[in-house]
Each structure stands twice: as structure tokens, then as C-alpha cells.
Write a protein that binds this ligand. Structure first.
Ligand SMILES: NC(=O)c1ccc[n+]([C@@H]2O[C@H](COP(=O)([O-])OP(=O)(O)OC[C@H]3O[C@@H](n4cnc5c(N)ncnc54)[C@H](O)[C@@H]3O)[C@@H](O)[C@H]2O)c1
Length: 388
């Protein structure tokens, strides 16, 4: 058992405020740090708001929780008594490294430094410290109080003990929508488990977008093919999170995994024209009058999307995750996906009929001309079936 009592959350934005809230709810003393008082005030208001709603339901005492919250603009001072640090600042490697360095210089020797990065190498952040064994990744999903999954990531030099403490702290953080699920990520690879599993779908998606673009098929017809399985259809969701986020995300995977991830013609054009979705009022949809609610029963389908292909691509990527030793078995991958994305992973369905999916993948990789979408050796062999 670790002796973590004092947690410091660095960056109290969207993620940091949620992480601080659940750390308080778990009973820790929490210090939040940011670069401007106005950011701290906004973060604290968000924490307070979350706790107030729970107090109204009789679940906790706001005053008791807030009494354990401290705030400061001084990072060196903040970490003096820290047992566990969670960094949740902007996704920029140089900023994260600077923070890791200050933490290393000022925090007690036993203190773990965890990063909530969604994409970057924890191994690289750790290199600026003299405690590479005590640096890990701790990837929350948004919003942290509601999403069950936390991926705890081993950097190249993270010790088993640090991973155990990371997992123990993660397990202790309440989830307001069911039981917390912790996925142990054995290797520090781009996208970790869940984002990686779902990333190559974007190669197929780029291809479909470009097909629409070139043939003059309305984008909303492609959206109608996918349908609205979740709260938002895929194109509304991309608009909502930002065309720029999708564009940068694809370039990130192009640089770290394979060139085939590069954004296609349609997405690049929209990015270059500043049609970024919700934030600019125009993307695939017009957002000037609020969130678009396309009525798919009235929109003609493009007839392009093959759902078997989507599953085949995810199954193949799951096999790559196993091949690379990132997860211990396919059940972790499926469970992590459900906990992080609220929809099933590919193995439960895919294993039953994997040869069918293998054929679909071979066909689509040839049709698109994508090297990356070709089945990996583990998928071809079928041996993953026993790697539960
Ligand atoms: N937003 C998501 O859905 C999501 C999901 C998982 C992980 N993440 C990761 O979490 C991290 C934070 O993302 P976010 O969406 O909360 O961003 P955000 O912009 O909402 O918050 C970042 C906060 O960090 C502060 N900050 C910046 N530099 C700082 C410094 N040097 N010292 C202290 N504070 C500093 C900013 O002022 C801001 O308040 C990123 O690494 C991101 O990749 C985000």
C-alpha cells in the first residue's frame, strides 16, 4: 500500500479541475496550480460546482471537501510536500518537460510524477528528471469524474512499484457513472490503448470523406451512413471537437505511426480555409444557430460506409497492440474501450468470425491502397484468439 495523502494537480483547466474534484472526493489533500489567478478561480469554481451538485444529492459535504483544497501560482512551493503529482497542462512537450524538471527539483524523493498527456511520450518527459523510475502516465478521459477509464502508462524506465502506486491511486478516485476501470498500459506507445485502437478508423474515414469531396456527394449523406449511434453523429462530433483537432491528430499519428494517417484533401481544405466547426461557426455543418441536429431519416445515405470494415480495422489494430506488448490481453483492450468510449471493443464480436473480417480488411486495404491497413501477422495467424 502506498502512503499517498497529498496530491498536486498542475493545470486546473478542463481535465485538471475534474481530476482535482475526484481527488478531493477520494479524501486526499489537493493543491491545484496554474499560471494565472483567473484560471485558478475558474478551475476552483468548476470543482465547487461539481461538488455542490453531489452535496445536493446528499452524497458529500462541500465544506469538508473544499477544506482540503489549496491553490497556488507557485509550482515549486506547491510540490514541497507532494506524494503524488498529476500534470494536466497544455499538450506541449517543452512545457511539460519544464514542469517535470521543477517538480523533480522540489518534490520529496518518494513523490510520483504522472502526466495526463493524451498523446505524448512519458518516457521523454521523464528524461529531464533524476527520477525516471517514478514518472508514469495517467491518462484520464473527459470528463474525468464521469468516464470510467484511466490508463496508467509505463514509461521505459518506470518502476513496477511506481506503476502499482499509480494504479492504486487511480482505483481510489471515484467515478460518478459506475465503477472505475484501470487499464495497465505496458508500453509508452502513441495513443496508448484506446485512442490507438480507434485511430486507424480515420484512414478509412479520410478515404470516404475524399470520395464524397471528389464525387460531389454531400458530407451529411456520409454522416447518414454512419447514423447517430451515440449522442452525436461522427461529422457533428468532429465539428464539435474541432476540425483542427482532427487535423493535428491525424498528423501526429502520421509522424509517430505511419504516413497513411495524413489528413486527406477534404479535411486539409477545410483546415486551410478556417472551417473548424463549432468554434468558427462553420465546418461540415452550419453552427451559427447552435448545434446542428440532422434528421437522418430525411437525408439520403451515401451508401459508402461498411461497418464490417470498421470492425476489421479495429480488430487489426487491437492485434497490433497485442503484438507490440502494449496490453496483456484482448480483454483489457475491449474492457478499456467500453470504459473509455462507451462502446464495445472489437474482440468480443470480431473473434467469432475473424476470417470474414480478415478478408474485408485485405480488400479494403487494397481498394484504398493503404499499407497500414493491411492485416498484421498476429491477425493473419488467428493466434490472438487465445490471448485473452
Ligand atoms: N480535453 C480532453 O478531452 C483531454 C482528455 C485526456 C487528456 N487530455 C490532456 O490533458 C491535458 C490538459 O488538457 P485540457 O483539455 O484540460 O486543457 P486546458 O487548456 O483546459 O487546461 C490546461 C490548463 O493548464 C494551464 N497551464 C498551462 N501551462 C501551465 C504551466 N506552465 N503551469 C501550470 N498550469 C499551466 C492552463 O492555464 C490551463 O488552465 C493535456 O495534456 C491534454 O492532452 C485532454
Amino acid at each position: 500500500m502506498s502512503d499517498v495523502k497529498n496530491i498536486v494537480v498542475i493545470g486546473v483547466g478542463l481535465m485538471g479541475s475534474g481530476i482535482a474534484q475526484i481527488s478531493l472526493m477520494a479524501g486526499y489533500n489537493v493543491t491545484v496550480v496554474d499560471i494565472k489567478q483567473e484560471f485558478i478561480d475558474k478551475g476552483v469554481a468548476s470543482i465547487e460546482d461539481g461538488l455542490k451538485r453531489l452535496e445536493a444529492k446528499g452524497k458529500l459535504s462541500l465544506a469538508e471537501n473544499m477544506a482540503r483544497l489549496n491553490t497556488t501560482l507557485d509550482l515549486s512551493y506547491a510540490v514541497k510536500n507532494a506524494d503524488y503529482i498529476i500534470e494536466a497542462v497544455v499538450e506541449k512537450m517543452d512545457v511539460k518537460k519544464e514542469i517535470f524538471k521543477i517538480c523533480d527539483n522540489n518534490a520529496p524523493l518518494h513523490c510520483i510524477i504522472a502526466s495526463n498527456t493524451s498523446t505524448m511520450s512519458v518516457t521523454e518527459m521523464a528524461t529531464v528528471t533524476n527520477r525516471e523510475d517514478k514518472c508514469i502516465g495517467m491518462h484520464f478521459f473527459n470528463p474525468a469524474p464521469l468516464m470510467k477509464l484511466i490508463e496508467v502508462i509505463a514509461g521505459e524506465k518506470s518502476s513496477e512499484e511506481s506503476m502499482e502506486i499509480g494504479i492504486e491511486v487511480s482505483k481510489s478516485l471515484p467515478c460518478l457513472r459506475g465503477e472505475r476501470y484501470i487499464a495497465k498500459v505496458l508500453k509508452d506507445r502513441p495513443g496508448f490503448i484506446v485512442n490507438r485502437l480507434n485511430a486507424p478508423g480515420s484512414i478509412y474515414f479520410n478515404y470516404l470523406l475524399d470520395t464524397c469531396f471528389e464525387k460531389g456527394i454531400p458530407f451529411e449523406s456520409l454522416d447518414a451512413d454512419y447514423g447517430s449511434g451515440g449522442p452525436m453523429s461522427p461529422l457533428v462530433l468532429i465539428d464539435y471537437t474541432g476540425i483542427d483537432t482532427a487535423y493535428h491528430g491525424r498528423n501526429y499519428y502520421a509522424e509517430t505511426l505511419h504516413e497513411d494517417f495524413r489528413p486527406g484533401k477534404a479535411l486539409t481544405k477545410m483546415f486551410n480555409e478556417g472551417k473548424l466547426g463549432r468554434k468558427t461557426g462553420l465546418g461540415f455543418y452550419d453552427w451559427s444557430k447552435g448545434r446542428p441536429k440532422p434528421d437522418f431519416s430525411k437525408i439520403q445515405k451515401a451508401g459508402l460506409v461498411d461497418h464490417d470494415v470498421i470492425l476489421a480495422i479495429r480488430l487489426n489494430e487491437g492485434c497490433r497492440i497485442l503484438e507490440e506488448g502494449i496490453a496483456s490481453g484482448w480483454k483489457v483492450i475491449d474492457d478499456a474501450n467500453m470504459a473509455g468510449m462507451n462502446f464495445p471493443g472489437p474482440f468480443g464480436e470480431g473473434i467469432k468470425n475473424y476470417e470474414k473480417y480478415l478478408k474485408r480488411l485485405i480488400n479494403i486495404s487494397e481498394e484504398i491502397g493503404s499499407e497500414y491497413l493491411k492485416p498484421c501477422d498476429l491477425f493473419k495467424s488467428g493466434n490472438f484468439v487465445d490471448m485473452k
